[in-house]
Write a protein that binds this ligand. Structure first.
Ligand code: GLC
Length: 405
């Protein structure tokens, strides 16, 4: 069997994104400094120093991630505000000298690894706190460097930070870049260096070539076939903790996204924004636990699925793995469902939760599933498996889909 450093990622399907930092104290999202034009002195006094992380226990995060069915966890080691959560020599604006007064990244890496999950570090190349970053309070992202010298100093700063992150904590499985520097993106040199010290690491595409996977944010946009991809999503409407944001997705919403992503062999990186204490908000935990319970029964058609080109129907979403087709019902079809999507012969049909047979009849590419007893009172999204004579093959030719741009 061929093994590639990307294999774990291609099978993982589900990871936890953690946006954690001093901004949690403000409780108004991770962009608060920039959005509210908060001077650094005020930010430090009001948010950084009172950030104590008193219940910081990444082991708990890791256990929750595992119960949720997640395979990796990605922590914001430094967001755009520039506050580094690790023991860095590059700046005094860090969690060892201010606020929590400990190396949060070290504890994170150890905890995630101890629970057998893959370790991901988020790192924002943008750093509002650094004197050479063009403009902390810019509308979105700065367009140019003030001069070549400040650009060079800034590059020296951020690459020194990455060197610490990549050498101080043992094996890191994934590096998740974010934040913008004036274009063009010039990550090549540092990424190539990172591969020399972390040969198995997977790097996302937000700092340019070379990279291992592409990301889409708050949308599901599968990459071209053959390219590993991940969609990152908030659980409510914010990444960092926001005390007024109760607009949570339901467990069913999350599962709907996860199934859709699994059908195109991507991963879902689902965010939580812990409270300043380090506790994950109770409502987030509740949703994740529900998702995890569902995955215990129905995960077979989620993990390790292959990319399918099958099309939509308004009852279910389809995933494929070897010679099996998983029909995940987000709507109740009543007692009969007709699938007209594949050209294969069906050999068996059964409920994924019980293994009980489902009666079916096949007329060409119309497959009728009969006398259905899908238990929507018990399961958010029940599932029927079809065992086929081979890999599911679309019954219809793929054609354009008319959508107004
Ligand atoms: C955006 C935001 C940032 C967030 C990230 C997650 O780039 O600037 O706050 O961390 O998206 O993908």
């Amino acid at each position: 069997m061929s093994s590639h450093k990307r294999d774990w990622f291609s099978n993982a399907r589900f990871g936890m994104f953690v946006h954690y930092g001093a901004y949690a104290v403000a409780g108004r999202g991770e962009w608060v400094l920039n959005r509210e034009n908060i001077p650094y002195e005020e930010y430090t006094a009001k948010y950084v120093e009172p950030f104590k992380a008193e219940n910081y226990n990444p082991r708990e995060w890791a256990r929750l991630a595992k119960r949720t069915g997640m395979k990796y966890v990605v922590l914001t080691t430094r967001h755009h505000d520039g506050f580094a959560l690790w023991n860095t020599q590059t700046t005094d604006f860090n969690a060892v000298l201010l606020g929590p007064r400990k190396d949060l990244v070290k504890e994170f890496v150890e905890a995630i690894r101890a629970e057998g999950l893959k370790v991901g570090l988020y790192y924002s190349v943008a750093d509002w706190h650094h004197a050479d970053y063009p403009y902390a309070y810019c509308r979105d992202w700065p367009e140019g460097w003030s001069d070549e010298a400040s650009k060079h100093r800034f590059f020296a700063h951020y690459t020194a930070q990455l060197k610490e992150l990549m050498t101080q904590y043992g094996k890191i499985d994934l590096l998740w870049y974010d934040g913008c520097l004036p274009k063009p993106t010039e990550g090549r040199e540092i990424n190539e260096w990172i591969y020399t010290v972390q040969p198995d690491i997977l790097i996302n595409n937000r700092n340019g070539d070379p990279y291992d996977f592409v990301v889409c944010e708050q949308t599901i946009k599968p990459a071209e076939p053959g390219i590993a991809w991940e969609a990152c999503m908030t659980l409510n409407d914010n990444w960092g903790y926001h005390s007024g944001d109760h607009n949570y997705k339901s467990a069913k919403d999350v599962l709907g996204m996860l199934i859709q992503i699994a059908s195109r062999s991507g991963n879902l990186l689902l965010n939580v924004g812990p409270l300043p204490s380090g506790d994950i908000p109770a409502q987030s935990v509740e949703i994740l636990e529900q998702v995890g319970r569902w995955l215990t029964t129905f995960g077979e058609g989620i993990y390790g699925t292959e990319r399918s080109e099958l099309m939509w129907n308004n009852m279910s979403q389809l995933t494929i793995k070897d010679n099996r087709l998983f029909i995940y019902f987000h709507n109740d079809p009543g007692n009969e469902f007709c699938l007209a999507e594949i050209s294969n012969k069906v050999e068996q049909a059964y409920y994924l939760d019980t293994g009980d047979a489902v009666s079916f009849e096949q007329h060409g590419n119309r497959i009728f599933l009969r006398d259905l007893k899908l238990d929507f009172s018990r399961y958010l999204i029940p599932c029927i498996v079809l065992e086929l004579d081979g890999k599911a093959a679309p019954a219809r030719k793929a054609e354009g889909f008319w959508i107004v741009d």
